[in-house]
Design a protein around this ligand. Structure first.
Ligand code: AMP
Length: 281
C-alpha cells in the first residue's frame, strides 16, 4: 500500500492507474476508521481495480465550537486496517497541502446545505462539498463511495456531481451498526458508558417510526410523534431534529408517497450523533 502526502504524488499515482486501464475508486474519510468505513472500502474493492482511501480531518467542515482539535486521529492503526483490506493507495495530506494560504474559493450546494445538519452546523456542508470537489479533482476517481449514515451528505454530494458534471459515479453504502443497533461513528469514542446506553434510543425511535410506517401510517406528523414518544423515555438525550424528508431534495414530506428519509440528530452530553432509516414501500 502506497501512502501519499502530497497532491502531486497522489495525482501522478491515480493518473498512472487509470492510464493503465484500471477502474479507480475513492473512499473519502476523516480517519479513526471503523467497520462502517471498512464496508465502503470492501465495496470499493469489489467494484474497482484500484482503491484510494483518503484520510483528512477537514477543518473547513467543523464549526468554531466543534471538536476539530480533539477529533480522534489514529493514523497508524488506520493504515494497518487498510493494508489488511488490500487498499492500493492512502492519500493523507496535511491541512497546508490541501488548502493554499488565503484560499477563498468554495463549492456550495445552495438550499440543500441549510437543511437537516446544515441548520445546526452552519458552513458544515460547504466544507464537505469543497473538500470532496478537491479530492475528486486530485484523485479523478471513476467511482466514489459514501455512507448512507450521512444521508444528507450523500444527497448533497450527488447533487454537486450532477450540477457540476463531475465524471464520477457516486455509490452510497448501507449504515453499519454495532450489534445493539448503534450506528458506528468515530464520535462514539467520546461517549461514556452511560451515554452509549442512552444513545441506543436514537435507533429505537427510528425503528418505531419504521414499525408504524409498516403498519400503514403515512402521515409524517403521526410518525414523528411515535418517534418522539420513544425519545421522551430517555432523559439523557437532547434532540436536535427528527425529520421526515425527501431523500434527494431534503424537503419535509407531509404525507409519504415515495421513499422517505427519517433522519435524527441528538446530543449525548457534548457528543452529537446522527442516524437515519429509509422508508420504502
Ligand atoms: P467520516 O470519516 O465520518 O467522514 O466518514 C467517512 C465515510 O464513511 C462517509 O461517507 C460516511 O458516511 C461513512 N460512514 C461513517 N460511518 C458509517 C457507518 N456506520 N456506516 C456506513 N458508512 C459510514
Amino acid at each position: 500500500m502506497q501512502i501519499y502526502l502530497t497532491i502531486e504524488d497522489m495525482r501522478a499515482a491515480s493518473r498512472a492507474a487509470r492510464l493503465g486501464g484500471l477502474r479507480l475508486g475513492l473512499v473519502p474519510t476523516m480517519g479513526a476508521l471503523h467497520e462502517g468505513h471498512l464496508s465502503l472500502v470492501r465495496t470499493a474493492k469489489q467494484q474497482c481495480e484500484a482503491v484510494v482511501v483518503s484520510i483528512f480531518v477537514n477543518p473547513l467542515q467543523f464549526g468554531p465550537s466543534e471538536d476539530l482539535a480533539k477529533y480522534p486521529r489514529t493514523f497508524q492503526r488506520d493504515c494497518e486496517l487498510l493494508t489488511k483490506e488490500d487498499v492500493d493507495f492512502v492519500f493523507a495530506p496535511s491541512v497546508e497541502e490541501m488548502y493554499p494560504e488565503k484560499a477563498i474559493t468554495y463549492v456550495t450546494v445552495e438550499g440543500l446545505s441549510e437543511k437537516l445538519c446544515g441548520r445546526s452546523r452552519p458552513g458544515h456542508f460547504r466544507g464537505v462539498t469543497t473538500v470532496v470537489a478537491k479530492l475528486f479533482h486530485i484523485v479523478e476517481p471513476d467511482l466514489a463511495f459514501f455512507g448512507q449514515k450521512d444521508a444528507a451528505q450523500a444527497a448533497i454530494i450527488r447533487r454537486m456531481v450532477r450540477d457540476l458534471n463531475f465524471p464520477v459515479e457516486i455509490i452510497v453504502c448501507p449504515v453499519v451498526r454495532d450489534i445493539d443497533g448503534l450506528a458506528m461513528s468515530s464520535r462514539n469514542a467520546y461517549l461514556s458508558s452511560q451515554e452509549r446506553k442512552s444513545a441506543l434510543v436514537l435507533y429505537r425511535a427510528l425503528k418505531e417510526v419504521q414499525r408504524k410506517f409498516d403498519q400503514g401510517e403515512r402521515k409524517s406528523a403521526r410518525l414523528i410523534e411515535a418517534g418522539m414518544n420513544v425519545l421522551s423515555q430517555e432523559p439523557g438525550v437532547r434532540l436536535d431534529y427528527l425529520e421526515i424528508v425527501d431523500p434527494d431534495t431534503l424537503d419535509s414530506v407531509r404525507e409519504i408517497e415515495n421513499p422517505a428519509l427519517v433522519a435524527i440528530a441528538a446530543f449525548l452530553g457534548k457528543t452529537r450523533l446522527i442516524d437515519n432509516v429509509l422508508l420504502t414501500r
